[in-house]
Design a protein around this ligand. Structure first.
Ligand code: C5P
Length: 304
């Protein structure tokens, strides 16, 4: 049996860090939004063993790959089942180490897909808890197209999706390690007032102009210090008509939000002339069913 589907990218329209926790993670609040840049994923059940094929050389094919980690975590959850094998095929479009959650989306896709292929019958609560063990961003990818994340980002609250708007992604073709960014963060320099609740109001009104003016990421100053090109990209996006531009998560991708598709398309083609940046013209996603087949979203909703 085979399943083929897409796993999307995310951006953080807002990210505020409050404090460092005892477990080393940071307590934060973030507004997460899926966008229409996808990896292709294919899962095929096999008698045993987990294999991964991927078209991009830099993506690890061993146990450090989040999709493989997801499959192994499911195997571990069912130690008595000896028939849990799979071949995973990935066609990557989402840049790795880009702050777009590509690997996290792959992991969520593997959890949902293997739940069907291996007939595990895991419910929503269990899937979310397994996802949180794999990474802070993984639960979001099986939760909703837009959400508020608290805790280390894994405690989620759904948001009514805003009217679709265009997002141009600019990746400077280098990855940034999330752990380095959090490790270099000087918390005393981050702003104290709650920016995310303001952002949420403009989001719920689909007011892209004001949303753009209030985009905020506490991790951005850290990355700007180490990589000045991020500021150059932000400024270019604004001068080409973006209502706001921001680093996504811990970077390296910068995004611009637009309230006019023509302006967004023009910005994208102008910036692609730069030659050394990767450009992606996307729009926001408002429903998980846009990319996950119905059978993958048909898991039991409540604890069995
Ligand atoms: O959860 P995930 O594996 O994606 O996190 C990667 C790294 O990012 C963590 O090891 C930690 O250094 C940092 N992080 C953090 N606080 C968060 C999320 C991530 O410090 N809320």
């Amino acid at each position: 049996m085979k399943l083929a589907f897409r796993t999307p990218a995310k951006i953080n329209l807002g990210l505020q860090v409050f404090r460092k926790r005892e477990d080393g993670y940071h307590e934060l609040e973030t507004l997460l939004q899926m966008v229409s840049l996808y990896d292709d994923m294919e899962l095929e059940s096999r008698p045993q063993g987990i294999e991964l094929e991927c078209d991009v050389a830099e993506i690890p094919r061993d146990g450090s790959n989040l999709a493989i980690k997801a499959a192994r975590l499911l195997q571990k959850t069912y130690p008595d089942r000896r028939d849990l094998g799979a071949r995973i095929r990935l066609t990557k479009r989402i840049p790795a180490g880009g702050g777009l959650g590509g690997g996290s989306g792959n992991a969520a896709g593997a959890l949902l897909g293997l739940n069907v292929l291996w007939d595990l019958g895991l419910d929503r609560e269990k899937l979310l808890s397994l996802a949180a063990q794999l990474g802070s961003d993984v639960p979001f990818f099986l939760f909703a197209a837009s959400a508020l994340g608290r805790g280390r980002g894994e405690r989620l609250y759904p948001l009514q999706p805003a009217k679709k708007f265009n997002v141009v992604l600019v990746n400077p073709r280098f990855p940034i390690a999330t752990s380095w960014v959090y490790g270099s963060l000087k918390l005393e320099l981050t702003k104290r007032e709650n920016n995310i609740s303001i952002l949420r109001q403009f989001y719920s009104k689909s007011d892209v102009a004001r949303l753009g003016a209030h985009l905020h990421n506490d991790l951005e100053p850290v990355v700007l210090q180490g990589y000045p090109v991020i500021q150059v990209i932000k400024d270019r996006l604004r001068s080409l008509g973006a209502k706001g531009s921001l680093l996504s998560g811990s970077g390296s991708t910068v995004f611009g939000v637009f309230d006019d598709p023509g302006v967004a398309e023009n910005a994208c083609s102008q910036l692609s002339k730069q030659g050394n940046w990767d450009l992606f013209f996307t729009e926001t996603i408002d429903n998980l069913a846009e990319f996950f087949p119905e059978e993958m979203l048909n898991y039991p909703q409540f604890g069995a």
